[in-house]
Design a protein around this ligand. Structure first.
Ligand code: ZN
Ligand code: ZN
Length: 379
């Protein structure tokens, strides 16, 4: 096992050097396919630049799946580490290089282990807001190409926790989210004659303020909801009221119904506010469900996690979201966090930060847990 973990640490460096964005994980998936084929897996390409790797041994009917995401972020790396990104402006700042490495280590472990059943390892592109799992499940028709797994697990490294920590949350772990893009079109005018304009900045500002009433007055305080306007762009001069403004933002909740209801109220509020002033609008909204862990899937691995980890954290939740949620809507399973805090002071332990470098020492905890799950489920 120690040799396998050492191998995974080296492989992680290779993938850290070649981060790729969104659904365009071309080189990454090419490398993955080569390695997994070498381990005896049947590798099936899936839309878009994802792949699924299948290995069957013995006569067992059980089917176990693991999923790793592979994409990186549009961030210029500032870690200064010896295996820094070679792709200018791109960086594995969310630890997906760690996930690839752990999933490949599962393949490496499985080639030499005499299990009984079917093991499926899924490598997914486009997790970071690019609909990767949706594309894979819909257009790639993933589930028609594989035997249906009885259980699926995914792992995310989490820098808030020390190496050796495993997070086992039953129920909602990560939030349901929606992202919106809004354009308000009014009428431009000279800044000295606002009566001749339909001022999209004023209308947009009222919308920003009213968003917070959706949170504070239309939602129970016992049901967490976050609504953040994260971009507000319009105008370019001190004396011109612009024709239009563009806004962006996000909803987060642990309750899919609440999110959907809030989106409806939000759209109504925008339409009514625009109508009141004679403005028009275009709105695009896209949502992801809550990442909700199956209680049975957590219970199933509890003792295994205890055996391999230094510490277990229960009931942790975050308002971040994750498209593994779509897998959990179709297959029983769970998403696990493992601590990856880097003790070296020169790094910043925050995902999506240019100085974030998850500790390679976390890899062993994920790999051992995956190996234990194979031993238990495919015996
Ligand atoms: Zn991320
Ligand atoms: Zn991530």
């Amino acid at each position: 096992m120690e040799e396998l973990i050492g191998w995974a640490k080296e492989i992680r460096k290779e993938f850290h050097k070649i981060p790729e964005i969104g659904l365009e994980t071309v080189e990454t998936v090419k490398k993955v396919k080569k390695i997994m084929t070498g381990f005896g897996f049947t590798v099936i390409p899936i839309e878009k630049n994802s792949c699924v790797c299948i290995l069957k041994k013995g006569k067992g009917e059980k089917v176990l799946a693991f999923r790793a995401d592979m994409d990186a972020l549009l961030i210029s790396e500032e870690t200064g580490c010896e295996f820094s990104s070679k792709n200018e402006g791109c960086m594995h700042a969310c630890g997906h290089d760690m996930h690839i490495s752990m999933a490949l280590a599962v393949g490496n472990f499985a080639q030499g282990y005499d299990f009984n059943g079917t093991l499926i390892v899924i490598f997914q592109s486009g997790e970071e807001g690019c609909d990767g799992s949706e594309v894979m499940l819909k257009e790639g028709k993933l589930l028609s190409k594989i035997p249906k797994p009885d259980l699926i697990y995914g792992i995310h490294v989490w820098p808030e926790f020390d190496v050796g920590t495993t997070v086992l949350t039953k129920g909602p772990l990560m939030a349901s989210s929606s992202f919106f893009q809004l354009q308000i079109k009014g009428k431009g005018a000279h800044g000295s004659t606002p009566q001749k304009s339909i001022d999209p900045i004023l209308i947009g500002s009222q919308i920003v303020v009213n968003c917070q009433s959706i949170v504070s007055r239309l939602t129970s305080p016992f049901d967490p909801l976050v609504l953040s306007v994260t971009a507000f762009n319009g105008g370019s001069s001190t004396n011109v009221i612009p024709e239009s403004v563009k806004m962006m933002g996000t909803f987060r909740s642990y309750n899919d119904q609440l999110r959907i209801r809030s989106e409806k109220v939000f759209i109504k509020m925008i339409n009514n506010t625009c109508e009141m002033y004679g403005a028009t609008n275009k709105i695009k909204l896209k949502g992801l469900p809550t990442t909700t862990n199956d209680e049975g899937a957590i219970d199933y691995i509890h003792d295994l996690a205890k055996e391999v980890s230094k510490k277990i954290v229960y009931d942790y939740q975050t308002m971040a979201s994750e498209d593994f949620s779509l897998f959990l809507h179709k297959i029983k399973g769970a998403f696990i966090f493992i601590g990856c805090k880097n003790e070296d002071q020169k790094y910043v332990n925050k995902l999506h930060h240019p100085k974030n470098l998850p500790s390679s020492n976390a890899l062993g905890y994920g790999i051992k847990l995956f190996a234990k799950i194979i031993e238990k489920h495919l015996k």
